[in-house]
Design a protein around this ligand. Structure first.
Ligand code: ADP
Ligand code: MG
Length: 250
């Protein structure tokens, strides 16, 4: 049981966005990906979720090769993600944005909803209760009726993470979720990520803030222009002079 990315390469025209990259995410572990802009972090995410086709190598989830599984079906394999640049309708309120996260797994279907079957009503009550718990956990309870357009970007990112976990994914991919967050929001997000991982979810996180990376990661992968520069536990990386020189700039 894990996400296994093995020796993938991705090229866009003449740009080698990823060169022979391997990453493994086990349940309950937090793996971070760091590297300067353009080093291939988002491309790695897109390769896992299926938005980008890999030229070489394989992506497997729980032993199953995803090569022929389209992006929209990968949700059903237990993947959830957030995007580096959230796209959202500014009129949608926080509660509805999180509730949206439940619907891909709804089994009752549209016909069931039109017929107002009791099973649908039961499911909606369950979703609504689960949504309340998530809003509470994320400290978003007081904002449930606020529309996304009124919120600072930091809060929108928290809502994105809340929506992503609504489906109870087994693997959660977060692309720079802390960008634009205040320190307090970052701390709330970090403790949420820790709690999500402790519940058995494998987390893959792209993050620029090394303090946050250091406090969260079981394993860190450092990319540089599409290639692997270093990897290991953050404390191990901190003892690697090549990493410190290249990444921390001292
Ligand atoms: P990061 O997330 O680390 O900033 P990206 O994965 O977004 O890096 O980009 C890696 C490289 O691939 C960059 O040179 C970027 O310009 C290029 N790239 C990413 N996506 C595309 C795309 N869809 N088409 C063409 N080039 C792309
Ligand atoms: Mg990116």
């Amino acid at each position: 049981m894990s996400i296994e990315v093995e020796n993938i390469s991705v090229q866009f025209g003449g740009v080698h966005a990823l060169k022979d990259i391997s990453v493994r995410v086990d349940p309950g572990r937090i793996v971070t990906v760091i590297g300067p802009n353009g080093s291939g972090k988002s491309t790695l995410f897109n390769s896992i979720t299926g938005l980008v086709a890999v030229d070489q190598g394989t992506v497997c989830i729980d032993g199953q090769n995803l090569a022929r599984v389209p992006a929209w079906q990968r949700i059903g394999r237990g993947l959830a993600r957030t995007f580096q640049t959230p796209r959202f309708d500014p009129r949608v309120c926080v509660e509805d944005a999180v509730l949206c996260g439940f619907y891909p797994v709804s089994r009752a279907g549209i016909l069931g909803a039109m017929l107002r079957l009791p099973v649908v009503a039961r499911q909606e009550r369950a979703f609504s209760a689960a949504c309340d718990r998530i809003l509470d956990d994320f400290g978003l309870d007081g904002l449930r009726h606020a529309s996304l357009g009124e919120l600072p970007m930091g809060m929108v990112r928290l809502v994105e993470v809340a929506r992503a976990i609504a489906n109870k994914p087994r693997y959660l991919l977060l692309d720079e979720p802390a960008a634009g967050l205040t320190r307090a929001e970052q701390q709330l997000l970090s403790s949420e990520i820790r709690r999500i991982a402790a519940s058995g979810v494998g987390v893959l996180l792209v993050e620029h803030n090394f303090a946050m990376v250091r406090s969260l990661s079981d394993h860190t992968v450092v990319l540089d222009r599409g290639a692997l520069l270093a990897q290991g536990h953050p404390e191990e990386l901190m003892r690697d002079p090549a990493f410190v020189a290249a990444y921390l700039g001292s």
